[in-house]
Design a protein around this ligand. Structure first.
Ligand SMILES: Cc1ncc(COP(=O)(O)O)c(C=O)c1O
Length: 380
């Protein structure tokens, strides 16, 4: 028996996506920039996918969807594409629980003289909107706050944060929505968001395509020079299969959004309740209520044994169960999770995080089995 519970890392492509990608590889391999029949056919696939992503976001007709290689590139385009508009370093605000696709480029900019404010979070990983209000400066050019945190699942008060940014400053507001897309309604027309990143392989598309949403009228600078594809913002022949997969995944997500979001939330709450009742050594991390629908995360607090998240991942893998740990590894040495540290956990606790994330195939029985196996491992 194998149970995959790591959909925050990646999801298996939807069967309809697999079918579409096979068809495109076979019959639709033209370069979308070519002027002939083969190119035009591919350009139609590309534009259909763009329309589907825009529709999932409820974007306005003047807004732009720029295809990238995934969430990391979309995040980098949002950050560097904004800062390249300025000849002198200015001020950027991010949260202290960003994904490395935001945290790392911002650290690079800091080394080049940019001023950076990292907003603190509470024990549940949430930013306090008042802290954002107080941190805005005359020279703040970008605020970037993750929508749903990948490691601890916490959803940020994005409506309020975007509102504060746009009311009290001239800064652009970006959100990394990679984990929330397809699991929760994200309506860019109702939110004061300027830029938003998403990634196809996180919601049943395929690895290799993501997108940056750009509100009408916002100017970014390209990071890659070349043939001028994607309105000149992302040169290079588009990865048609992966983009078509993202488009179809967006259509499928939109069709079932409400029911699937509810199903996942019920499953998640069932699991968290079960863990609370039956696994005394697992302690929930992140916010109980403002939480990604498919996400549960814990730290391991065994009274007699030191069990790191990475050890638990390896042991569960031997039992045929795929989950992930919050901590990373560098040169063979485990590193504490920066997210858990920012939330006030100690260095040892920040090595003991685990994440269990459900997908469209997960059942209650899967989760009951996992609880049973975890308890067996704990009692060894
Ligand atoms: C919140 C968040 N942002 C960005 C990324 C990077 O996305 P990609 O793997 O498509 O580059 C991830 C991937 O885990 C993520 O969880």
């Amino acid at each position: 028996m194998q149970i995959y519970l790591d959909s925050c890392a990646t999801t298996a492509p939807h069967p309809e996506v697999v079918k579409l990608v096979q068809e495109i590889m076979k019959d639709n391999w033209g370069n979308p920039s070519s002027l002939h029949f083969w190119g035009e056919r591919s350009a139609m696939v590309l534009e259909k996918a763009r329309f589907s992503v825009a529709s999932l976001l409820n974007a306005d007709s003047g807004d732009n969807i720029i295809f990238t290689s995934g969430g990391t590139e979309a995040d980098n385009l949002a950050i560097f594409g904004t800062v390249y508009n300025y000849s002198q370093p200015q001020h950027i605000i991010i949260s202290s629980v960003e994904h490395s696709a935001i945290a790392s480029p911002v650290t690079m900019l800091e080394k080049q003289g940019w001023q950076v404010t990292r907003l603190p979070v509470n024990r549940e990983g949430r930013v306090n909107p008042d802290d954002l209000r107080k941190s805005l400066r005359d020279n703040t050019v970008l605020v970037s706050i993750i929508y749903g945190q990948s490691e601890v699942g916490t959803i940020q008060p994005i409506t309020e944060l975007a509102d504060i940014t746009k009311t009290h400053s001239k800064a652009l507001f970006h959100t990394d929505a990679v984990q929330i897309m397809g699991r929760y309604e994200v309506d860019v027309s109702a939110l004061k968001i300027d830029l938003l990143s998403l990634s196809g392989h996180k919601f049943y598309g395929m690895q290799g395509a993501g997108a940056l949403y750009i509100r009408e009228g916002i100017e970014l600078q390209p990071l890659i020079g070349g043939g001028g594809q994607e309105l000149g913002l992302r040169s290079g022949t588009q990865a048609l299969c992966a983009i078509a997969a993202l488009g179809l995944a967006s259509q499928l997500a939109q069709k079932d959004l409400e029911s699937e979001s509810l199903r996942l939330r019920e499953l998640r709450d069932y699991f968290i309740d079960l863990v609370e009742q039956e696994c005394p050594y697992l302690q929930l991390t992140g916010d109980r209520y403002y939480r990604l629908p498919h996400h549960a995360s814990f730290i391991i607090n065994h009274p007699h044994r030191e069990i790191t998240g990475r050890k638990m991942v390896r042991d569960l893998n031997l039992a045929g169960i795929g989950i992930s740990a919050g901590s990373a590894c560098s040169s063979g040495k485990s590193l504490p999770s920066p997210t858990l540290l920012a939330m006030g956990y100690s260095e040892t606790e920040a090595l003991r995080g685990i994440r269990i994330s459900c997908d469209r195939t997960t059942t209650k029985e899967d989760l009951e089995w996992v609880v049973m196996v975890i308890n067996q491992l704990m009692s060894r």
